[in-house]
Structures are given as structure tokens and as C-alpha cells.
Design a protein around this ligand. Structure first.
Ligand code: SF4
Ligand code: SF4
Length: 541
């Protein structure tokens, strides 16, 4: 679908009614049905991908079929209502947070205008409070006394096919970014409600391909693209060649090496797609500068975990691969590359999913001796923490002038910033490698705005929706571009590097996107290097 021209879309965001209904609401939200049309939904999961996943131990993805959201009949199982009821009952028993979130919203509205999907689409059902109400209304009807007795008067409603379709629409217009939860006086985390909606939908075979295909590929070959081990190795070696051409130094890399001190795992996008490739070259230069005893793995070749966007079981299974590989290779600890949701999974769920990882050591930098006690249970350190510690201890030779062609700003990726608290370390690194400025206060750190396409929504068929959802982020970038001449948006998330590139191309075409390690790689001075003046840093190639 062609994207509207920039000024048309800007005007429509400011003046038009909801993108989805195309009308100002005139009746109760419960009575407004969703309408699926090209551009407002992501394509359903392919039948063969669902069949494959359903055949895997520990996973359940039933009802594989060909279906379309635009058709009336979604080919649901005959007893689909019973499946949803039992699924919700099971989850209310299993996840205490879900029960609390269902019961404690006071409808104060503090979250209402905090969601980028609401700001970009103007659809009231994209207000976090109403998104949660889509599930809460069914919960009230089926699981509370007031709802059973008073029904709609108590905010309850029966589960119907129309409600299920509404769940599908709005569970995939939420990037689980958790911005709304920062403003909720009760700490209600709408992201977790969206996660439950998606899990329930999967129970009856309703899911999207852009998520289930990467999950299937990761389970089969270890990474999202389904790259075979030799291809993954070749791609890293191409990057080694590039670094050698630029610096005269050939980084030493090994794969699947038993007994290495460190296992390094990064999103596979870093080794096969721009602009992540330059981030990966930054890692290679950094590790070469240190002489780090580390290895890549061609089996645990993906840091990203799209299981987070589907179900608890899928997330657990994909996360386990990294730890199984660390055990097989007998490394001491792991360093993780620039990924967002990899860190959400690690820091919020790893311990209770696959932990404790007792066979690994508490990470201790072999270069500075710093012990990363906050990673005592996960045994994995983020590359940004690792790099900040190196700089603080004077272990890197840096020439900031090598980034003089760049005026950067910093995008706090939702998962590393809000979920993990990685706020000051990247800023400390930036201070040492590049000239940069902050975006406005209410759009950074814990209040950061999402890229608009996370949680597996970075698919082309919903590009207009993505551009709308990303508008608050793009608007803040435009502000620093116009005021300070910013020409680079830096971040530490592979999904962001991909999605922000599309977003900038549309809203701010003069601003490019990079990973933090690219800027570090640009600035590092390697012993014996023959680097010439590189007008565009590692991108000069
Ligand atoms: S801020 Fe919290 S309590 Fe208030 S409406 Fe939103 S979810 Fe409910
Ligand atoms: S988690 Fe993010 S995308 Fe989802 S409702 Fe909250 S603010 Fe919106």
C-alpha cells in the first residue's frame, strides 16, 4: 500500500477522526465493531509455519489454516469460546499480575494520552485504559460476581467473535512498550495485558506471520532469518574483511570455540542488514582492541527473542538456547550485543524461566576486573555496560574527532531503558565518542517514545500505521534536528535500527540511524592501524 504524502498524514493525524473507524465515535465503545481493511492489520501466520511450531516439543500453536482477517469466517475451532475461557482462567491462576491488573484500574485516565498508537491514530481503543478494557470486560462478565449478575451495567460483556476480532486488532496495535505504565498510579502494565491477549489468540490459531515466522526460524536454525551456520559465519567474516580494509587490522574471530572466556550473542540483524552491519563492525573493532578471549556461536546466533511477542513457552524455549550453548562451550559468562527485547527477557523473565544459570560465573571484566554483580543471576552483560566500564577505567584509546561528521541524539529503546534501566551508561559512552544532544525531557529515559514498530510489528503491510505510531518519536527527533542540526539517531536495539530507519526516511530524511557500537568503533584507535581519513566512519566503504 502506498503511503500518504507526509503533509497529508500530518494533517490527518491532527484533524481527522480515528484511522481505523474513519469516524468520530457516536456510540458506546462496546457497540463499535472493528473493520479490517488493507493497511490496518498485519498478515496472518502462514499455515506451514504454524504447523511446524505446533509440532515442536514444549510449544502449542494449534489450528493451522489459511485464513484472512477481512473475511467473516476466521475458521476458528468449534469450541473456541471454551478454549478462550479456559485459557483466561488458567492465566488468572498462573499470573498474579494479570488478576491485579484486571481488578485495580480506577479509570483515572492518566494513561490515556501516553500511548503513541493513540496519538498517531486518534482511535479511542488505542488508549491504554480502553485497550485493557477489551479483556477486562470479558473478565468481568465471566469471572466476577458483579459482572455475572449485572452484565453490561457492571462493565461486563460476553465473549463473541466480534470481541475476538477486536482483540486481534488492538493486541497488534500495541508495541508492549510500557510507556503507559510509567504514568499509571497503580503501575498497571498494559504491555502484560497485550501479552495475555496475544497468548489467548494463539490458543485458537490467531497470530501474525511477521512474528511466527521468525520464531519458527529461530527454533529451527537459531536466528530470525533462518540463516544456516555456514552463512552466519560467512557474514561475520565479510565484516572482518571490511574492518581490515578500513583499518589495516584483521580482527581475530572464532566460532563455537570451546573454552573461550566469553560467548558473544547479538541480534542476527547485526550481521546481515544495514545499518546493523556497522554496529557489528564496531563490536569486532572493540574486541580486537582489547584482545578479548571470546567466541561467536553459529547455533545461538540470535539475541532477539520473538517468543516474547507470542507466548511464555516460546520465549522460554528460545531463551534456553543461549544458555545451552554457553554450557556446551564451557564459557565463563556472556556479553550481549545491542538488542532491546533480548534484555527485557533476560532481566525480567530469565530467572524464573530458565534460571539460575549456576554453571556460569558472575561476569567479571577480564580487562578492568570490574564484577557486574547486577548480572549475578543472568550471567550476561550488555555491551554498553561493558564498554562504559572500559572507558571509565581508561582502557580504550578514543579519538572523538573521527565522529566529527556526526551530530547525534539518543533514542532510549523501550526495553533497555524502561525495562532494564540502561539509562546513564549509553550517555556516558556517547560523551566520550561523539558530539550529541538530548531530545526533549518528556520523550527520553523512562518516558521515551517507542519506535512505533516493536513487538514484531515492523512489517511493510502496516507501514502507514507504523509511521503514525512512530510520529511522537519522529517529532522529537525533528525538534533536535531543526534546533541543533542533529543528523544521526543512535540507539542500542536492532529492531529500532531497522524501524527507525524507515521512520526517519519518512519524517526526517536528513537523519540517519546507528548503533552505539558503530560510534565506538569509529572512535577507537587500534594499535598499529593504518586507518586513513574516513569521511563517513565505518560507512565509508
Ligand atoms: S492510569 Fe492506570 S488506573 Fe488510571 S486509567 Fe490508566 S490503567 Fe487505569
Ligand atoms: S504498552 Fe505502549 S503501545 Fe501498549 S498501550 Fe501502553 S503505551 Fe501503548
Amino acid at each position: 500500500m502506498a503511503l500518504p504524502k507526509l503533509d497529508e498524514l500530518s494533517r490527518s493525524v491532527a484533524e481527522d477522526p480515528s484511522m481505523v473507524t474513519g469516524a468520530v465515535p457516536t456510540s458506546d465503545w462496546m457497540d463499535i465493531p472493528v473493520v479490517f481493511k488493507p493497511g490496518n492489520y498485519a498478515y496472518p501466520a502462514k499455515k506451514d509455519k504454524v504447523e511446524y511450531l505446533n509440532s515442536q516439543s514444549g510449544l502449542s500453536f494449534p489450528n493451522a489454516r489459511v485464513w484472512s482477517p477481512e473475511e467473516d469466517d476466521w475458521k476458528l475451532p468449534e469450541n473456541w469460546k471454551e478454549i478462550i475461557f479456559n485459557g483466561l482462567k488458567e492465566r488468572l491462576g498462573k499470573f498474579r499480575s494479570l488478576k491485579i491488573f484486571m481488578d485495580c484500574c480506577v479509570r483515572c485516565g492518566a494513561c490515556a494520552d501516553k500511548c503513541h498508537f493513540f496519538l498517531g491514530t486518534g482511535d479511542p481503543k488505542n488508549m491504554p485504559v480502553l485497550r485493557a478494557e477489551l479483556l477486562r470486560s470479558v473478565y468481568r462478565n465471566d469471572f466476577t460476581l458483579a459482572g455475572k449478575v449485572f452484565g453490561k451495567m457492571a462493565g461486563g460483556r460476553e465473549m463473541t467473535v466480534g470481541v475476538l476480532k477486536e482483540w486481534f486488532m488492538y493486541a497488534y496495535q500495541c508495541t508492549e512498550c510500557r510507556r503507559c505504565s510509567v504514568f499509571c498510579p497503580y503501575g498497571i502494565d498494559t504491555a502484560e495485558i497485550t501479552m495475555m491477549l496475544r497468548e489467548l489468540l494463539h490458543l485458537v490459531g490467531v497470530g501474525i506471520n511477521w512474528i511466527l515466522e521468525p520464531v519458527s526460524n529461530s527454533n529451527r536454525t537459531g536466528n530470525h532469518m533462518g540463516l544456516q551456520p555456514h552463512t552466519f559465519k560467512d557474514n561475520v567474516e565479510f565484516l572482518v574483511d571490511d574492518v581490515e580494509r578500513l583499518t589495516g587490522i584483521r580482527p581475530n574471530v572464532t566460532f563455537n570455540r570451546k573454552g573461550a572466556e566469553v560467548l558473544f550473542i547479538t541480534p542476527s540483524a547485526d550481521v546481515f542488514a544495514e545499518p546493523g552491519l556497522y554496529t557489528a563492525m564496531g563490536y569486532l573493532i572493540l574486541f580486537e582492541a582489547l584482545g578479548l578471549d571470546y567466541t561467536w556461536s553459529t547455533y545461538a546466533s540470535e539475541g532477539g527473542n520473538f517468543g516474547l511477542f507470542t507466548s511464555n513457552e516460546a520465549m522460554k524455549k528460545l531463551n534456553a538456547k543461549m544458555y545451552a550453548e554457553a554450557k556446551r562451550l564451557k564459557v565463563k559468562f556472556m556479553i550481549g550485543g545491542e538488542c532491546g527485547h533480548m534484555w527485557r527477557v533476560l532481566h525480567q523473565y530469565m530467572d524464573t524461566m530458565n534460571g539460575p544459570a549456576d554453571f556460569l560465573e558472575v561476569p567479571r571484566s577480564p580487562i578492568t576486573g570490574t564484577v557486574f554483580n547486577h548480572a549475578a543471576s543472568t550471567k550476561m552483560v550488555h555491551i554498553t555496560e561493558f564498554t562504559a566500564d572500559l572507558i571509565k577505567n581508561g582502557k580504550l584509546k578514543l579519538d572523538k574527532s573521527r565522529n566529527s561528521h556526526i551530530k547525534a541524539t539518543w533514542h532510549d529503546s523501550c526495553n533497555t531503558a524502561r525495562a532494564m534501566g540502561l539509562l546513564d551508561e549509553p550517555r556516558y559512552v556517547l560523551d566520550h565518542v561523539v558530539d550529541w544532544v538530548e531530545m526533549p525531557e518528556n520523550t527520553i529515559r523512562e518516558q521515551t517514545f517507542c519506535c512505533g514498530s516493536g513487538t514484531g510489528l515492523n512489517t511493510d503491510e502496516i507501514m502507514e500505521l507504523r509511521m503514525r505510531a512512530g510520529l511522537p518519536r519522529a517529532n522529537a527527533v525533528k525538534h533536535v534536528h531543526d534546533k541543533h542540526g542533529v543528523n544521526m539517531l543512535a540507539c542500542v536495539c536492532a529492531i529500532d535500527r531497522a524501524t527507525l530507519t524507515s521512520l526517519m526516511n519518512y519524517w526526517n530524511p536528513d537523519v540517519r540511524v546507528c548503533g552505539l557500537s558503530e560510534l565506538v568503533g569509529n572512535a577507537i584507535v587500534l594499535d598499529g592501524e593504518t586507518r586513513e581519513e574516513l569521511e563517513d566512519g565505518l560507512r565509508t566503504l
